[in-house]
Ligand binder design. Sequence first.
Ligand SMILES: Cc1cc2nc3c(=O)[nH]c(=O)nc-3n(C[C@H](O)[C@H](O)[C@H](O)COP(=O)(O)OP(=O)(O)OC[C@H]3O[C@@H](n4cnc5c(N)ncnc54)[C@H](O)[C@@H]3O)c2cc1C
Length: 652
Amino acid sequence: MTEYRPYTDYRTGEPVADTKAPEGPVAERWDTRRFQAKLVNPANRRKHTVIVVGTGLAGGSAGATLAEQGYHVVQFCYQDSPRRAHSIAAQGGINAAKNYRNDGDSVHRLFYDTVKGGDFRARESNVHRLAQISVEIIDQCVAQGVPFAREYGGLLDTRSFGGVQVSRTFYARGQTGQQLLLGAYQALSRQIAAGNVEMHPRTEMLDLIVVDGRARGIVARDLITGRIDTYFADAVVLASGGYGNVFYLSTNAMNSNATAIWRAHRRGAYFANPCFTQIHPTCIPRTGDHQSKLTLMSESLRNDGRIWVPKAKGDTRPPAEIPEAERDYYLERIYPSFGNLVPRDIASRAAKNVCDEGRGVGPGGQGVYLDFADAIARMGRKAVEDKYGNLFDMYERITAENPYEVPMRIYPAVHYTMGGLWVDYDLQTTVPGLFAVGEANFSDHGANRLGASALMQGLADGYFVLPSTINDYLARNPHHDEITADHPAVQEALAETEDQLNLLLSVDGDRTPDSFHRELGELMWELCGMARTETGLRKALDRIPQIRDEFWRRIKVPGTGEEFNQSLEKANRIVDYLELAELMCLDALHREESCGGHFREESQTPDGEAERRDETFSYAAAWEFTGTGAAPVLHKEDLVFEYVHPTQRSYA
Ligand SMILES: Cc1cc2nc3c(=O)[nH]c(=O)nc-3n(C[C@H](O)[C@H](O)[C@H](O)COP(=O)(O)OP(=O)(O)OC[C@H]3O[C@@H](n4cnc5c(N)ncnc54)[C@H](O)[C@@H]3O)c2cc1C
């Protein structure tokens, strides 16, 4: 068994810099980079193999596009079909600066809103590129036949999301992710049928193979037979999604996990801003210990629903019996210009504050109302049904309450992770040849993602950015040397994977993987969740190594490795959560400021808003792995703001 010692410290190493974003006006950088990037001759592309791990919006679009370009793609997902990736759950919409409404939107405004919304912790070059590409994404998806909602005249409809004052969110009822994913999946299926994509569903990447400092393949396990194989390529793309499930309860799909990115981190890829977690304000409140999942009610509902709690503490009257004068529409009161459409971090904290004051509603006082009575009176029930019908049905199925008649009850829950593998402008990690796209990278969202921007980023990365930048890498690194299974680096990665699975099977303890996962998740939610303090984080950093130690003494994984074994899959993922959680807490501890989703109680304004400390913390924190339980190395990437100057965020 491995010996662990807790760490509460770290070393600071050399700064890390993005050397790929060109100089010059921000609006021209993407064109400049694409022109500078070397191309691979179309006839040579078929000689290159690219591994893509993941088939969500980021991986599905990347795999389809790379194959369309002529590369040989070997793609993986753990679901039974690529189209079941977690992206399918996205409800509310996707942003794009089309300005169809003529309401003052522009690429620059989307850029500005995203940098500001992210509390000035994102890279300007990347965010501007994202805003530029947003426009092309909609055209691409419409061409694929994605059935976006339309207005009577036929133009695509839009709605508003938090943190902005224009209406730029394109949607397909409450199923935007599903419809977009079907578009990407069709494109991918075409390439599978053409023989350009070799698809491996139900196969989980368990390690990265690095040869001579370059990513050259992966180790993966067939989840049905348990067979472990190695796969080789000229470049590896991770599109494996976010790690919100480290908290056990989240709105993510149950199987979403951190293994692909964490194992890549262990092999040398820096992990950036791990503590930046998004807590979404509109989720169905938790009802007890039996739950293994939380459900999101889309942010789009804040367009028409009004959020309130009783003015008086401990008021347990049914909502209909609480007169208007005794209700506190607290977001409208505190933030009159944005009202219910403040960004997620602000809305979540405000909900927590009113519940902490004892004004929360529902069991345990852990809820606030999201009320559609006014919307129904204004628009009529039919119009509300047309816009949000499937979300209302879902709410009723889960809570047995009819939201057309009784206000919904909502509470914040873990939803998205802004942190992830550090990537440069080309989306390349610190391991040459290893790229990360979508939620798996540390993304363009800074410390807080605005609603409807994850789909935009995933598709921007997969359809547009990666297919341009990976050419440059492949053109410069043609890899004439063939890798074979007997290469020492391959043998080492394979042996480590097998040893860990065997160890998990051999402990034969008395606790289930879920019991450890729940314990870790509760600790993280309490001490590294919506509010963080130095004392709490130190406590978590003390406790996590103890849980990890207990895990290796008491884990019980029934069955064998040569069969479908979900306990083994879970336990293996928890090993990674137990390390990642420690890094998240350390990152949160070292960042002694509040910004976006990271709220340090010690750093707040007199009004209780997040207080950034730009002079000290205007950087992305990229962490280098040095061993389990060993102090990691912090590499800072300084953030420079030439166009959107950091100010105290105000939505009042
Ligand atoms: C309930 C919900 C609603 C949301 N609504 C919106 C919205 O309206 N608008 C918006 O912009 N964003 C929304 N988001 C966020 C958005 O859905 C996600 O950020 C985005 O879909 C992530 O896409 P992805 O392609 O990066 O990863 P995912 O969709 O998570 O896909 C990950 C893929 O990687 C594969 N994978 C992972 N690990 C491995 C491994 N080790 N081996 C093999 N395969 C692996 C999986 O099988 C899967 O195919 C929502 C999120 C949730 C939870």
